[in-house]
Unconditional design. Structure first.
Lengths: 257, 290
């Protein structure tokens, strides 16, 4: 059974269509990356899956349940979100920030339980954030900060995680580290990942499957190797793309005319 | 102690102190709550029009347009009603919308406040010098008219509203990551925002109706507390209750004694005492940080 199902999903902002008639099924424990040019509707799609936007038509289902009819708390127990520009509240410690991921478990009036605290420590440990745990969140570097945001999402212990451009602004090393951490969660814990990514090379190397979006419509959906070589991908970006095999990995190179 | 002294203490000083504690606690916790829910350090309890609404209500009562209202007993009632109407109008204009961002609410508050204030100015301009002075005294806030009956009138509002605000500390900490992210963490943002704004506005309206517009407590006390204990609203809000109560009673003691037998307006004292304290703590914190 698919974990995430989008059925004829359309999203509008007023009268402007942002997403039109997207149908997509993502299997449990797989990584699906959404690619497409700026303005294709990637962020809108991700926000709708996370329940932040309401579909104008169609539905998003997670494990057979409609996201739109869940309460915030029910939703937070099923899908975690990493936004493109997470707000980092100064004065909060890294541990407290990661612990925000447990809000849906202990509720708003009770303190975190022993289980919640244990879950936070586990995640801090898994992402090698122990030594930063007591630091103020604003003192972290970009790479550490992004790892901390991922830690908060992992502390939610959901079956689905959606990420909007999770490696923007990171250096090469940190980009790979971040994606490898995520891949480990997919392989070892059966996490279902839906991410947007601009870097087509990294998108192809890390996802099981690529979905190409343009003007709010699903253009192509398939295994990474096929999508990066497709003529549709080049057409959407309006340029020539070359795919080079480097030690078994696809590298996508834009070519100027 | 002579019977006269004990009567002064029990009839005047004691209710005055209790009302001061209640007012300080409520205004400080409401200010801290507003700052959290709007994620705006300049927010104070009067942000959504409470002050302007109460001001208009009180002015109507004092100026007594139709001559039908027997002042001063109408003053707190109309001040409270005016405050609530202003907040409800603000909420009706700015609280809806697709994603109901808080800046719409703040702007609606600004618009409603200027509308109510201009109505109040008009009334004042039409009124006699005598009632003008009384309106002015009311606007500056005072605990001088405190009595046990005014204490029992505001007590239930303050107890319930302070309790709700303090209990919201954890929710406000989650909200510090913004609306979208806190929703994705499981926070019913709109419901929390409504409850918290309703509680702080109701409590503030009750206090304002009893003591007039005491400024500065709601904005300065939560900031002083924040400088001392950090940014978590789970700590800021309960400590603001204590600091606010203590601060206002202290300010009132100054207001009462410095120019005895005449009294200084309480709102003036809170600013004169509060501003330097804030600056001192701010510079101490800077020194500690460097």
């Amino acid at each position: 059974m698919s974990t995430v199902e989008l059925n004829e999903l359309s999203v509008r902002a007023g009268s402007v269509p942002l997403i039109s008639d997207v149908t997509l099924n993502v299997e449990a424990g797989t990584w699906c990356t959404i690619v497409g040019p700026n303005g294709a509707g990637k962020t809108t799609l991700v926000e709708t899956i996370a329940g932040l936007r309401r579909p104008s038509h169609g539905s998003v289902m997670i494990a057979g349940e409609r996201v739109g009819s869940m309460s915030e708390r029910e939703r937070a127990l099923r899908v975690a979100l990493v936004t493109q520009h997470p707000i980092v509240p100064s004065g909060m410690s890294v541990r407290d920030y990661v612990a925000l991921g447990r809000t849906a478990y202990h509720g708003l009036l009770r303190p975190p339980s022993a289980d919640d605290r244990q879950a936070v420590e586990n995640v801090l440990n898994r992402l090698a954030l122990d030594e930063y745990a007591h630091r103020d969140v604003v003192t972290l570097s970009g790479g550490e900060r992004q790892r901390m945001v991922l830690a908060r999402a992992l502390a939610q212990a959901t079956m689905v995680m959606v990420l909007d451009e999770p490696i923007t602004g990171l250096d090469l090393r940190h980009q790979i580290t971040m994606l490898e951490l995520l891949q480990k969660e997919v392989h070892e814990c059966g996490l279902t990942v839906i991410a947007t990514l601009h870097d087509l090379t990294l998108a192809g190397q890390f996802a099981d499957r690529l979905v190409l979006l343009d003007h709010g419509r699903l253009v192509l959906d398939g295994p990474s190797g096929e999508v990066v070589r497709s003529k549709e991908l080049a057409e959407c970006y309006g340029m020539k793309l070359r795919v080079v095999d480097v030690d078994g990995a696809d590298v996508v190179i834009p070519v100027r005319h | 102690m002579t019977p006269t002294q004990s009567s002064i203490i029990w009839q005047f000083r004691a209710p005055r102190m209790v009302l001061g504690l209640l007012a300080g606690a409520m205004l400080a916790v409401a200010g801290g709550t507003y700052q959290g829910v709007f994620r705006n350090p300049l927010a104070d309890p009067y942000l959504l029009g409470v002050a302007a609404g109460a001001g208009l209500g009180a002015t109507v009562a004092i100026v007594d347009v139709g001559g039908a209202l027997t002042t001063p007993s109408w003053t707190p009632l109309l001040a409270f009603g005016g405050a609530m109407i202003a907040v409800i109008v603000t909420w009706a204009i700015g609280g809806r919308g697709l994603r109901s961002s808080t800046s719409t609410l703040i702007l609606a508050g600004v618009a409603v406040a200027s509308l109510f204030t201009s109505a109040q100015t008009f009334l004042q301009q039409q009124s006699s010098t005598n009632s003008l002075a009384r309106v002015y005294i009311w606007l500056l806030g005072s605990l001088a008219s405190a009595s046990w009956s005014s204490v029992t009138l505001v007590l239930p509002y303050v107890v319930v509203c302070v309790a709700i605000c303090v209990a919201a500390g954890r929710a406000l900490d989650v909200m510090s990551v913004g609306e979208d992210e806190s929703r994705s963490l499981g926070l019913p943002v709109r419901r929390v925002r409504f409850v918290v704004i309703a509680a702080s506005s109701l409590g503030t309206a009750a206090i304002v109706s009893a003591v007039g517009l005491i400024g500065f407590v709601g904005i300065i006390v939560p900031h002083i507390v924040r400088l001392l204990v950090g940014t978590s609203y789970r700590r800021i809000l309960p400590i603001s209750v204590v600091f606010g109560a203590a601060f206002l009673v202290f300010a009132d003691t100054i207001a009462r004694t410095v120019m005895a037998p005449s009294e200084l307006p309480l709102g003036v004292v809170t600013a004169i005492v509060g501003a330097p304290v804030f600056v001192i703590i701010l510079s101490l914190r800077r020194q500690m940080a460097t």
